[in-house]
Design a protein. Structure first.
Length: 436
């Protein structure tokens, strides 16, 4: 099994990884340099003390009577070496001229080598050490048992290092958070950018680069809104101006003799007039209605809408109650629900309006029918202006392809959202979500 190192996908994790590796390497190099300097200083100090202590201890033992030397051994014993009044342990003779010989040998030679002939042996075992053998002035054997060890590490040093590492991680997290926060805000603003909704400007405060990016984004939003407004005004102007010649043509058709051609022309003019009116309505819905918001009892509003349909002999039913009073634009909301209900009646002959309150507190008004439905891959496309599904929702039914587009634009203007889905068992489900 082979392991492949992968570069993190998010910018935050990449920056954190770079900072942490850099800081840990810098900390390791700093610790290594300090430890090496401490090791060299401690080694030189210990070797200097070794020379003085060994020369003094040997001089004391050499001047003491033989029967008193044993009582002094405990006082002369040190952490790394001690004295034995015998030939020592058997071992392997050492060649002190080799470069890998213990550095303590040179210090012992400098201390007493010119007064006492010495031999060195390497003592094997789990705790490897070496011994120095010599004879005192009266011929008594003496052994220096040397146990080399590393320079001891202070117990507080690992705690300090762990504290520094924790501080570095905290600083890295804070630095990455400060650096990523503007990008996160910009990413969220781009994701929420809706040309059909009123632009929400980004805060232009902060570092120079962040302020420039926010200004550029706000300028882009303003340009998009201006371009869209210009095109919608052009569509509205064309649609409005077309109404006059269509009206003139309808008046002229009135004076024509009755014939099949007159009926066909009259139907074509009616369809053109309907399309022009829908175009004007769509252009006005893009930026929302100028209608002011009003407190509206949702249940009474829906009852009125359903009763109007029932008075016209339409099969429209209201299911559920919300007991909600909301701030909304009633005419815009009515236009959304009328478009959805008309579609349901057109393709299924009946419609059901379901009202309920969601877990998140939002209100859901769902218009459902048992018509032919829409293919799943076309559910988003039917929300586009002038798009019609040829199989079921075609021009023969009198549709212009703007009803759902107008409903979606007005839903956005109301602060809600419109989604389409197919029902189990057949039919279409159009759900309007509104804030409480």
């Amino acid at each position: 099994m082979s392991w492949t190192l992968r570069w993190p996908r998010t910018l935050a994790s990449r920056l954190s990884l770079i900072f942490l590796i850099g800081l840990i390497l810098a900390q390791a190099l700093s610790f290594g340099a300090q430890y090496y300097e401490r090791y060299e200083t401690s080694k030189n100090t210990m070797l200097g003390n070794l020379e003085t202590d060994v020369s003094t201890s040997i001089a004391i033992l050499d001047r003491l009577p033989a029967e008193e030397r044993a009582s002094w051994l405990q006082q002369l014993e040190r952490h790394n070496y001690s004295y034995l009044l015998n030939e020592g342990s058997p071992g392997t003779p050492m060649d002190t001229s080799l470069p890998n010989a213990p550095i303590a040998i040179a210090s012992i030679k400098d201390a007493i080598g010119h007064d006492y002939p010495m031999t060195f042996t390497d003592i094997p075992g789990p705790n490897k050490h070496f011994q120095v053998h010599l004879k005192l002035a009266d011929g008594s054997p003496l052994t220096i048992d040397v146990r080399p060890s590393m320079v001891p590490l202070s117990p507080w040093l690992p705690i300090v290092l762990l504290g520094q590492l924790g501080l570095m991680i905290a600083c890295t997290w804070l630095a990455v958070r400060i650096a990523i926060r503007p990008l996160t805000r910009l990413s969220e603003a781009v994701d929420n950018l809706d040309p059909n909704a009123h632009p929400v400007p980004l805060d232009e405060k902060g570092p120079t680069e962040v302020a420039h990016a926010a200004k550029a984004f706000n300028s882009m939003q303003a340009r998009i809104a201006a371009y869209l407004k210009e095109r919608m005004q052009l569509l509205a102007a064309i649609s409005h101006d077309l109404q006059t010649p269509i009206t003139r043509m309808k008046l002229r058709a009135e004076f024509m003799d009755d014939s099949s051609e007159k009926d066909k022309l009259w139907n074509d003019l009616g369809e053109m007039e309907h399309l022009v009116r829908e175009g004007v309505a769509y252009a006005r819905s893009v930026h929302g209605s100028t209608e002011e918001s009003r407190r509206t009892d949702l249940d009474s509003f829906l009852d009125s809408l359903v009763f109007d349909y029932q008075d016209m002999g339409k099969d429209v039913q209201l299911i559920g109650k919300s007991a909600a009073v909301i701030d909304t634009r009633p005419h815009a909301l009515r236009r959304v629900l009328v478009n959805l209900t008309d579609n349901a009646l057109k393709f299924a002959g009946a419609a059901e309006l379901w009202v309920e309150t969601r877990v998140d507190g939002s209100l859901s008004i769902t218009v459902m029918d048992r018509g032919p439905g829409i293919a799943d891959d076309l559910l988003k496309q039917v929300m586009e202006p002038f798009y019609r599904v040829e199989n079921s929702r075609n021009r023969s039914t009198g549709g212009t392809g703007l009803g759902l587009a107008i409903a979606q634009q007005l839903a956005v203007a109301l602060g809600g959202a419109l989604t389409l889905s197919n029902r189990e068992g057949g039919g279409l489900c159009a759900e309007l979500r509104l804030p409480r």
